[in-house]
Write a protein that binds this ligand. Structure first.
Ligand code: PMP
Length: 392
């Protein structure tokens, strides 16, 4: 196994080795986390709406645990399909105005399993260069051709669509909000192109579900495009504060996935108590519009204060706010200084982001108050000056 040590040494030399570190719960203080011996303002979680510790969700999970037991005991096609699943899927389909829905164990399995089910050899997938790794892995698994277009570059996509005009099946796939940049896909143009070229369109709403729309339906819904998206994917691991994922679409799509999506067929159904908790979280996501309003206005203030100070925060307008610092080493030093100053803000390095664009990715939550974010922004600017990311 010596080769592993050698490869790890290369990661370390490039300031690019990853470590697991404990992040413990701070009782009664959901916007914070324990790291080492410090309590830090948590600007590095995806609990956007602050639901992860909601008492109603915890009560539902506790009650269902007592009646349903710990695990589902089998995959859904065997004996793991408790009635709770179907009820959640009906509620999801109604929420998304779609014909049907299907729950998956997590977003990674939903993306990789669905793409593999929809396309194969002789087909082509058009995928934004900054799409999530689970989409990329789904394309690799599918054995379809991977036509990767430059980030949000619709002219490049058009060129590739023309080049692959004669392929059997065509799938365009995109994140709705990109996970490391927080910017949005050009969904209207993608819909127009999918219609022009007879392609299927799949949209991953991991970072927009719960956040956009009057009832948190997501970005496609907010833009009135939900009926034009063939495969609508979202997760329960972010705005819902839990774990799991869903696909919404036509009855035919869902019937097909029940027959062809391998992570659904060959993996044990989610614990029923968790599914019950997701149903309660869905009720809260729909009803608690104040959480979205609070999150979105805090995100705008936080982003503009960092941008006004001179940071490169990209072009997004979501609760994901990156500050792009360039080199890995610099991002690491920034993250360490943040921690010393009481803030959890994690360094994101290649291959998660392109070379030379290492960054701190801040993600906000409805748990944070304007004062906390204001103080954090001042602290971040101070560090930016110390490290020469900002000039005085
Ligand atoms: N899609 C995107 C855009 C994501 O950011 C993530 C998670 N980081 C996933 C899919 C995977 O979701 P999950 O964590 O539920 O596996």
């Amino acid at each position: 196994m010596n080769w592993m040590e050698k490869e790890l040494a290369l990661f370390a030399d490039a300031s690019n080795e990853r470590y697991l570190r404990d992040s413990a719960v701070v009782p009664d203080n959901p916007g914070y986390t324990w790291r080492g011996n410090r309590v830090l303002l948590n600007l590095a979680s995806n609990d956007y709406l602050g639901l992860a510790r909601h008492p109603a969700i915890i009560d539902t999970i506790r009650e269902a645990l007592l009646t349903e037991g710990g695990g589902s005991g089998a995959s859904r096609l065997v004996t793991g399909n408790r009635p709770l699943y179907g009820r959640l899927e009906e509620a999801l389909a109604t929420w998304q105005h779609s014909e049907a829905a299907l729950v998956f164990a997590n977003g990674y399995m939903a993306n990789s399993g669905v793409i593999r089910a929809l396309v194969g050899r002789g087909d082509v997938v058009f995928s934004d260069q900054l799409n999530h790794a689970s989409i990329v892995d789904g394309i690799v698994l599918s054995r379809a051709e991977h036509a990767r277009y430059r980030h949000n570059d619709m002219e490049h996509l058009k060129l590739l669509l023309n080049k692959h005009r004669d392929k059997r099946r065509k799938l365009i796939v995109t994140d709705a909000v990109f996970s490391m940049d927080g910017d949005q896909a050009h969904l209207e143009e993608l819909v127009a192109l999918k219609q022009e070229y007879g392609a299927m369109l799949m949209v991953d709403e991991a970072h927009s579900g719960g956040i956009y729309g009057k009832r948190g339906e997501g970005l496609c819904f907010k833009l009135g495009l939900h009926h034009d998206v063939d495969v609508h994917m979202g997760t329960f691991s972010k705005s819902f504060g839990l774990y799991g994922a869903y696909i919404c679409g036509s009855r035919t799509l869902i019937r097909f996935l029940v027959n062809q999506a391998r992570p659904l067929i060959y993996s044990t159904a989610l614990p029923p108590s968790l599914v019950a908790g997701i149903s309660t979280a869905l009720t809260l996501v729909k009803a608690d519009h104040w959480r979205r309003e609070r999150l979105n206005s805090a995100s705008q203030l936080f982003r503009s204060s960092l941008s006004d100070a001179g940071f490169n925060v990209g072009t997004g307008d979501s609760p994901i706010v990156p500050i792009i610092v360039g080199e890995n080493e610099r991002a690491l030093r920034f993250s360490e200084a943040l921690e010393a100053g009481g803030i959890a803000g994690i360094a994101i390095r290649p291959p998660t982001v392109p070379d030379g664009t290492a960054r701190i990715r801040f993600s906000l939550s409805a748990d944070h108050t304007p004062k906390e974010l204001n103080d954090a922004s001042a602290q971040i600017c101070k560090i930016g000056l110390q490290l020469g990311v900002l000039s005085s």
